[in-house]
Design a binder for this molecule. Structure first.
Ligand code: JD2
Length: 246
């Protein structure tokens, strides 16, 4: 998979050089490129923002640097790849979910546009549809200062689903949200810790009973902490977790 990220703070994406995503890049599973939006400005001050039409607080990101950056990415797309998907983090976007992570993990080329200030001139989103499948996406119902934190989360959630990134693909099946439910509690040695014991069933060696207990714990936790997920689960609206390997 090829991923391009455009930001005025490219160093914000440095954590993607670490851990599993960093190794996936070294192994050639993920070709991730970060671009500084200011490299696509033409004035001596490398200006990326201006005052909003209609007034209001804050500044808006100018359209032309974005068009230059995104045209450069579209022109450099991998040989034979289809139309790239442009994900625009935004508080006004569709919710990022595990199901969307699975969907995007099947794409050959993703691009992320990290806005700042009060956002990107809306005409960029409209213009981008000439070159990309454009998806405004929100990390959640709270306000961040820009798109970079959302991109860190989305790239990790998507990248870990790619074949060869996590050691045991089986582990992707049983984690929270992979089947629409929260994950069961996990324990390790010692079996008694500060007078707290590991549930006896987990020490029984009876794999059928262990699986039954774990499934029950998933439903109990989901009902307690995320009843909204339980309704979706009961309605059969499962995320795309019907495969352990993409
Ligand atoms: N994904 C996501 C986001 C964002 C987000 C994403 C991109 C930008 C670019 C600028 N801002 C600041 C800002 C504040 C207020 C109104 C508009 N814009 C962003 C915020 N906030 N919350 C999420 N779940």
């Amino acid at each position: 998979m090829r991923i391009d990220v455009v930001s005025i703070f490219p160093e914000y994406l440095a954590p993607l050089e670490l851990s599993l995503i960093g190794k996936a890049r070294q192994d050639g599973i993920l070709d991730l490129r970060v671009h500084d939006l200011r490299a696509f400005t033409t004035d001596r001050h490398r200006t990326v923002d201006d005052t909003p039409y209609g007034g209001g607080a804050g500044m808006v990101m100018k359209p032309e640097p974005w068009a230059q950056a995104l045209e450069s990415i579209a022109a450099d797309r991998p040989e034979g790849s289809g139309r790239p998907v442009l994900i625009v983090p935004s508080p006004a976007g569709e919710r990022f979910t595990q199901a969307l992570a699975y969907e995007l993990a099947e794409q050959e080329h993703l691009a992320f546009a990290c806005g700042r200030y009060e956002g990107i001139d809306e005409r960029v989103i409209e213009w981008s549809r000439e070159h990309f499948d454009v998806r405004p996406v929100s990390l959640g119902d709270y306000v961040l200062n820009g798109g970079e934190v959302a991109v860190l989360a989305m790239v990790e959630a998507i990248g870990r689903l790619l074949p060869g990134v996590v050691g045991n693909p089986e582990s992707l099946v049983e984690e929270s949200h992979s089947d629409g439910l929260l994950e069961y509690p996990v324990y390790t040695k010692p079996s008694v810790w500060r007078e707290r014991e590991v549930p006896a069933v987990l020490l029984s060696g009876n794999h059928g009973r262990i699986a039954q207990w774990r499934r029950h714990e998933q439903f109990r936790r989901t009902a307690e902490r995320r009843p909204d997920l339980l309704e979706a689960f009961d309605a059969g609206k499962l995320p795309r977790a019907d495969r352990t390997e993409l």
